[in-house]
Design a protein. Structure first.
Length: 289
């Protein structure tokens, strides 16, 4: 059991709304602001929120062990626990809206949610759109089937001429594109890159030897390596340490500041450390950056 005033309740189910439902809800909120009714900002402590009294988070539930669903369909993972603790310290409920990873930033820009908390790497390009509260460290890794028929040795020239898969819109996809360009510049065959929206599909294609390599976060690669009993293996060392953070729109500065303060509080009261310990994420502690 986690300690401190922001105790976590993993059995809690969060509401996931479709894009259509989200638009209807947004329209209802806008209409409720007129006619002398209390505005969403006033009812939410001065914060401009999609839904009164709730921190609405856009997420993708296919990124174990960071954020995924258990057999009962409950949202679990280190990032779910961090999101719940942050929302609790803000005196808000927590609600999730599920999107493909490639659609997360667009959904935030469309104000379908207040924040993204879904293994989103902090990059210069994304910082042009959003402000971030960093809360985890991450790295990238290459995985191969146990037989490793293409003799891949890691994120290097051994990927040239191979079939490799990554998640649409994720950093792994960009890394494969960069390596493929290097291969061509050196006179080698480019990488045949396949993109998917689901990490589980990537795992299956690797284990079936339909793909030679998978590039994604070191956390998800390690998780699937353990789950597959060695049929799916990390090759080489993790690389490219980067920060993961909660993204909010740049114009919503008050929300960013409130989320930063709430995160700082769970670090100070020990809740953050308890979450990392429970998920074996000690190496991902943002204080190690």
């Amino acid at each position: 059991m986690l300690k401190g005033k922001t105790m976590l309740h993993r059995s809690m189910r969060y509401r996931k709304l479709s894009a259509t439902t989200a638009l209807v809800a947004g329209a209802a909120l806008l209409s409720a602001c007129g006619g002398g009714a209390e505005s969403t900002e006033e009812a939410s402590g001065g914060l401009d929120l999609v839904q009164d009294g709730q921190l609405t988070v856009c997420a993708t539930f296919t990124i174990p062990p960071n954020i995924f669903q258990n057999e009962e369909g409950e949202e679990i993972g280190a990032e779910v626990d961090i999101a719940e603790a942050v929302a609790t310290n803000m005196d808000l409920e927590l609600g999730f809206r599920e999107y493909d990873f490639s659609g997360l930033v667009t959904s935030l820009q469309g104000q379908q949610c207040d924040a993204i908390m879904s293994s989103l790497y902090i990059t210069e390009e994304r910082e042009e759109i959003a402000e971030f509260v960093p809360y985890l460290l991450s790295g990238s890794a290459v995985a191969v089937p146990e037989s490793n028929p293409a003799d891949v040795s890691g994120y290097d020239e051994s990927l040239c001429g191979t079939r490799a898969i990554a998640i649409t819109g994720a950093t792994g996809a960009s890394l494969l594109e960069e390596q493929s360009e290097e291969c061509e510049a050196d006179g080698e065959e480019p990488i045949a890159i396949t993109l998917t929206d689901r990490s589980a599909d990537a795992l299956q294609s690797i284990m079936a030897e339909q793909q030679d390599a998978f590039v994604d976060t070191s956390e998800i690669v390690s998780y699937y390596e353990n789950e597959s009993d060695g049929d799916f293996q990390m090759i080489g060392e993790p690389f490219g340490e980067i920060e993961i953070g909660a993204a909010t729109l740049r114009e919503n500065e008050e929300l960013h500041e409130a989320m930063q303060a709430a995160f700082d509080e769970i670090v100070e009261d020990g809740t953050y450390e308890d979450i990392l310990s429970e998920w074996g994420f000690e190496r991902q502690d943002i204080r190690n950056a």
